[in-house]
Design a protein around this ligand. Structure first.
Ligand code: B12
Ligand code: SF4
Ligand code: SF4
Length: 374
């Protein structure tokens, strides 16, 4: 059994779906307009499970409070993620995306922890890209919803769409936003990804928002190697290694580089520290099980040829960083990790056609020299 430190209210058995529900007319932000066709929440849930989603929750489509997002953007914590500011109004209000929006359906698909595998690639990225896992299921779900109600309008998105998926996940009872900024489910911990669908139909009953259960625990905050949390639950992406290794195509700041030992793509430290991830978690989506590229060391990743990378990374999230991005990160990881045996490889990469790889290899060699000085 897992307990969040300092919280005495946790039940021994996990809940995937909350069964405390509220009647439509009592839900803030919904006007109780029962002229709409009402869908039966349990029918919708059953369809989502039949499509292969593990976690499903339903929230009324009332707008989200704007302050957390505004403050986050104004503080500069979004780093180079400019798209978030561009679609801000839509991100906060489902009715700006679907006219007459009534319901937000939130879906979760767990991925395996791959405990026995030591990999410089974060767990979510070791197998098939989770966007496909959600997209395929959502396509099937849309078809099923149309059978329930042929006039329904939907908007579906995973990750890059106009929606704050964790906030909706919390509202729909899937889990709570932890101090590590991630949505945590009582049964599955935080190793699952999210997607959502906005409907212009109300349902008969909604799930309750999930209470926050971190209690006094602060493990994730102190575990973060770069102090990326200015406040609990609020992440400064500029300092986050997940941002730096996946999204940042400019040089990674010098002060963060020493923390890249053993990390080439993404970072799981603030999840590994979390007690909700400590127990035996149920297995994840088998399509996302680690592929051969996840078995490679930083040195092997740095040494890949373009064709090897194309073959091994196809269909995985690693494509996002690209061939040069992965090799750049791998060089930095080798330098930060004092991998002296990688010196010949790094010397070769100092002549690479990619300026980013060249610069990273030079930095890594400097580190090796620094480490080997008496
Ligand atoms: C931008 C982004 C990033 C950025 C910024 C992360 C961030 N925390 O905002 C970067 C590139 C750093 C990133 C990293 C990762 N990401 Co990301 N990311 C996103 C994305 C696209 C948008 C998030 C967003 O809107 N951020 C803006 C801020 C304002 O939003 P927010 O964090 O939701 O804000 C809430 C909290 O601040 C909270 N809050 C405010 N005050 C307080 C106070 C307390 C005490 C608490 C508890 C909370 C709290 O309320 C706010 C409003 O809800 C989402 C997908 C999506 N469309 O939602 C995926 C998403 C959040 N990422 C995901 C994943 C898996 C990751 C990584 C784990 C990947 C990895 N292993 O490397 C890391 C984890 C880093 C971390 N600890 O958050 C998953 C998370 C799944 C889950 N179980 O939560 C998502 C949902 C993608 C998906 N479709 O599954 N990510
Ligand atoms: S993903 Fe890594 S760097 Fe980013 S906040 Fe979590 S522990 Fe810190
Ligand atoms: S490690 Fe962080 S997210 Fe997990 S319970 Fe503790 S404070 Fe909450």
């Amino acid at each position: 059994m897992v307990r969040a430190v300092g919280d005495e209210s946790i039940r021994p058995e996990p809940l995937v779906f909350l069964d405390q529900r509220r009647r439509l007319g009592q839900i803030p932000g919904c006007d109780g307009d029962v002229d709409d066709t009402l869908l039966i929440a349990n029918d919708v849930r059953a369809e989502a499970l039949a499509c292969g989603f593990t976690l499903v929750g339903l929230a009324p489509a009332a707008p989200l409070p704007a302050e957390p997002l505004r403050e986050w953007l104004d503080a500069g914590y979004a780093a180079g993620l400019g798209a978030i500011r561009k679609r801000m109004e839509e991100r906060l209000d489902p009715a700006r995306v679907v006219r007459g929006a009534r319901t937000v359906l939130v879906f979760g698909v767990p991925y395996g922890r791959g405990d026995d595998l030591v990999s410089p690639i974060a767990r979510y990225a070791r197998g098939r890209d989770y966007h496909y896992a959600h997209r395929d299921r959502m396509k099937a779900m849309r078809k099923r919803l149309l059978l329930l109600d042929p006039t329904i309008h939907t908007y579906a998105c995973v990750d890059a769409g106009a929606a704050m998926e964790k906030a909706w996940g919390e509202r729909a009872g899937l889990g709570f936003i932890g101090k590590n900024g991630l949505l945590i489910n009582r049964r599955h911990g935080s190793y699952f990804t999210l997607s959502l669908m906005i409907l212009n139909r109300a349902v008969d009953v909604y799930d309750d928002p999930h209470p926050r259960l971190c209690g006094d625990c602060t493990r994730c905050l102190s575990a973060c190697p770069t102090n990326a949390f200015p406040r609990p639950g609020v992440l400064d992406a500029r300092r986050c290694l997940a941002y730096q290794t996946v999204e940042n195509h400019d040089p990674i700041p010098a002060e963060l580089r020493p923390q890249l030992a053993g990390r080439v793509f993404g970072c799981d430290v603030c999840q590994e520290a979390c007690p909700w991830n400590e127990r035996d978690l149920p297995p994840g989506d088998p399509r996302q099980d680690p592929r051969p590229i996840a078995q490679l060391t930083s040195a092997q990743l740095a040494a890949l040829s373009p064709s090897e990378f194309a073959e091994l990374a196809a269909g995985t999230p690693l494509i996002r960083a690209g061939y040069d991005g992965i090799r750049r990160n791998a060089c930095l990881a080798l330098g930060a990790g004092n991998r002296q045996e990688a010196l010949p490889l790094l010397e070769r990469l100092c002549e690479d056609a990619s300026p980013a790889v060249m610069e990273a290899a030079r930095w890594a060699i400097e580190q090796l020299r620094r480490f080997s000085r008496p």
